[in-house]
Design a binder for this molecule. Structure first.
Ligand code: GCW
Length: 718
């Protein structure tokens, strides 16, 4: 016993002396993003504001290696590198960063610093060549001119329109730098539900200032258009894309923009969707509208991102509509038009199959749109690493050009002569100190950029890079936290909408559950999407008995999805209406499988808290506490989702929640009250009697403040 005690004391002494105790990092608000572990982050301003000076400055300040770094724009163009690619040539005592263009060298510099920060510098001589997969790696901001952000959960818009063009926030440059460091090179700065005012001379002066700040970082500005701008700000009585006056309006407007911003990227357009105007208002097609704008941009090298997110209340199945409208237009779009398609056929749900359009328009430049902001995945309240969701889409085979024609291959332009290619992500950025609302949501900004550069990178590789640069490389931190991030998307699916369920969220904020909800429009009604009844649950999209959406996919996807036996279970209720007692592959009934999947989701979310608590020594106190508080909240929200969906479905299935699942903590009636915004009651007797003062308007409570209280086993109180 004595010798054991001596051993323990001796070991403790050795540990203390050898410095094994981790030193607690200094507090930070997270504003320095993945530059966190670089020293002197705050002073990154170069002496002169050119791409070359910025590249040199980053090396002078942050390169810690002994080897000298030479930054070199190649005298003789290297076709293999294109405009943005670079080569890092490591030889004894020297690293050379080579590219065809200055911006290529800047990407190379950030690539080199990334290798340094992630402990991945090669030991000996080596050449690393990096060429981005997509020409345009774009951000879409859904930022309004009043600085509100549609589906934004990280404060106000970064763009302070009242102060611009005279006053310039340092954040604009920090933003451009962060984007360049991960290769993002295009940004549509305003909401696709666009206000035409942004095209007025007053606003274009402001936009020009932003473009000037972004330019040395290789970031091109795009503007979202209101298709009715000729009427709204042009004094015309029509916005018909075939009307010569309208054509002239856009030509003039485009010339005016290029005079201010010579490298302007082009237009992003949401037309004839969710109340936005568009060419169909005049009996014209999407191609008519897009081509008219494309012709205005072509002389300057600009491009149109034309969105395929269209649906209307009449369609039998909203999931089919983008294809129904765009497939007939295949081959009609100009070369400088890209049709921007959301990853799934409905709307950024936790899991969707790919949009069938990716496999149906061989003669169209298709681009992928993903959502970085977590509209349906817990806003900035939940930790969800989204790369696995995006990667699942990119890796899905459309079979359009035979086996291997994945969404990535199709959108990269591998099967087209026209090599124009692009990808878009709806940002999660606002003016919050930590940019994204949730410290861990920064990974989605980072991962989007890395994926747009290289769609082949795995989720694990990207998470590894981000954690090392943003937090710590200590394996005791890295491994568990990385595993947690890698699982987090699947966990979110499990506790929100498992087995192919979709669009069953509360419709007021798209946060929290609302499976009982209906709307005056069926295509906005959760009940329309799950179709729960005594006979089962799920949307029948088969050819024989359902909407026939499965037929929009190429074989073998079409028959795989169409057949309940072969349909992947994680999409089962997307494509099939399934009896509650249906036997799943593991032998359970559908009902029990649903209950157990929710249960797993809750338990995994609970476990996050324990994992994070173990990571505490490696994280500064400020970020540690912020994340911990949110993780506790997330686990409780998982319970809320489960209680709501299962108790509601139980009214149809009449089956018990299995004993090995947590019992419900609230009644269905209680949960149905959450987030129901009631108007103040009128005085008894109905209408307001003449002369009595109007009832004061009550501010709507935030849905977040109405969360039902939950206690969870092993869960600390907030
Ligand atoms: O998902 C829906 C959102 C809308 C958004 C729309 C779109 C910008 O709820 O807020 O509008 O998609 O993508 O256009």
């Amino acid at each position: 016993m004595k010798s054991f005690k001596t051993f323990v004391i001796a070991s403790a002494l050795i540990l203390a002396v050898s410095g094994c105790k981790v030193e607690k990092p200094a507090d930070t608000d997270g504003h320095d993003l993945w530059f966190h572990n670089l020293e002197q982050v705050s002073d990154a301003t170069p002496a002169s504001y050119t791409t070359e000076a910025i590249a040199q400055n980053e090396i002078d300040r942050f390169w810690k290696g002994k080897a000298a770094v030479e930054i070199k724009v190649l005298d003789k163009q290297d076709d293999a590198l294109g405009r943005d690619g670079y080569r890092l040539v490591f030889s004894s005592g020297k690293v050379s960063v080579e590219a065809n263009t200055a911006i290529g060298t800047l990407y190379g510099v950030y690539g080199l610093l990334r290798l340094q920060q992630t402990d991945a510098l090669p030991k000996g001589s080596k050449t690393i060549t990096e060429v981005p997969a997509y020409e345009y790696r774009a951000f879409n901001h859904w930022d309004n001119l009043n600085r509100s952000v549609e589906r934004g959960y990280a404060g106000k818009s970064l763009w302070n329109w009242d102060e611009l063009p005279d006053k310039v926030s340092p954040v604009y440059q920090e933003y451009a730098r962060a984007n360049a460091s991960v290769g993002i090179n295009a940004t549509a700065i305003n909401n696709v539900n666009a206000n035409a005012q942004i095209l007025t001379p007053e606003y274009l002066q402001k936009v020009k200032v932003l473009a000037d700040i972004f330019r040395p970082y290789g970031l091109k500005v795009f503007l979202s258009l209101n298709f009715a701008a000729p009427k709204h700000i042009g004094g015309l009585d029509t916005s018909d894309p075939l009307d010569p006056k309208v054509v002239q309006f856009w030509k003039d407007k485009t010339a005016e923009i290029y005079a201010l911003i010579p490298d302007f990227g082009g237009y992003l357009v949401k037309a004839n969707s969710e109340g936005q105007s568009g060419p169909q208002d005049y009996g014209r097609t999407h191609a008519d509208g897009a081509n008219m704008l494309a012709d205005a941009l072509a002389p300057y090298g600009g491009v149109v991102f034309w969105r395929a997110f269209v649906y209307d209340a009449q369609a039998e199945d909203r999931a089919m509509q983008a294809s129904d409208e765009f497939v007939p237009l295949d081959g009609q779009f100009r070369d400088n038009v890209l049709v921007q398609v959301k990853n799934g056929p409905i709307d950024f749900q936790p899991r969707e199959p790919i949009s069938p359009l990716f496999g149906q328009a061989p003669k169209t430049n298709l681009m992928l749109e993903v959502q970085i902001t977590q509209e349906y995945l817990g806003h900035s309240k939940h930790m969800v690493y989204l790369h696995p969701l995006w990667k699942e889409c990119l890796d899905t085979d459309t079979y359009e050009f035979g086996k291997g024609s994945t969404v990535a291959a199709v959108t990269e332009g591998k099967y087209r002569d026209n090599k124009l290619s692009a990808i878009s992500g709806v940002t999660n950025i606002g003016d919050d100190a930590n940019w994204c609302g949730h410290q861990m949501a920064q990974i989605n900004w980072y991962a989007y950029g890395r994926m747009a550069w290289n769609p082949d990178l795995s989720s694990d590789e990207i998470a590894d890079e981000w954690l090392r640069q943003t937090f710590s490389s200590d394996p005791k931190f890295l491994k568990p936290v990385k595993d947690m991030l890698n699982r987090s998307r699947e966990v979110n699916v499990s506790y929100e909408m498992p087995l192919g369920l979709h669009h069953i969220m509360a419709s007021n904020a798209h946060f929290g559950p609302g499976p009982w909800e209906t709307s005056y429009r069926k295509d906005w009604s959760p009940q329309f999407y799950h179709k729960a009844g005594p006979d089962g649950v799920g949307f029948d999209r088969t050819v024989a008995t359902g909407s026939g959406a499965t037929a929009q996919y190429n074989e073998p996807l079409a028959s795989t999805y169409d057949n309940i036996e072969t349909c992947p279970e994680n999409l089962l209720l997307w494509f099939h209406h399934v009896p509650w007692d249906y036997k799943m592959k593991d032998g359970q009934t559908l009902w029990n499988e649903l209950c157990h999947t929710y249960q797993k989701g809750i338990e995994a979310a609970e476990e996050y808290v324990r994992i994070w608590e173990k990571a505490e020594p490696y994280v500064d106190n400020q970020r540690y506490q912020e994340v911990r508080t949110k993780l506790i909240r997330q686990a409780k929200d998982a319970m809320w989702w489960r209680d709501a969906v299962i108790l509601y479905f139980q009214t149809f299935s009449n089956m018990p929640i299995p004993d090995d699942c947590y019992p419900a903590q609230h009644t269905l009636e209680e949960l149905q009250q959450v987030g129901v915004f009631r108007r103040p009651q009128m005085p008894q007797g109905g209408a307001r009697p003449q002369g009595t003062p109007q009832m004061p308007r009550q501010p709507r409570p935030e849905i977040y403040d109405m969360l039902p209280d939950y206690t969870l086993p092993s869960m600390p109180e907030l």
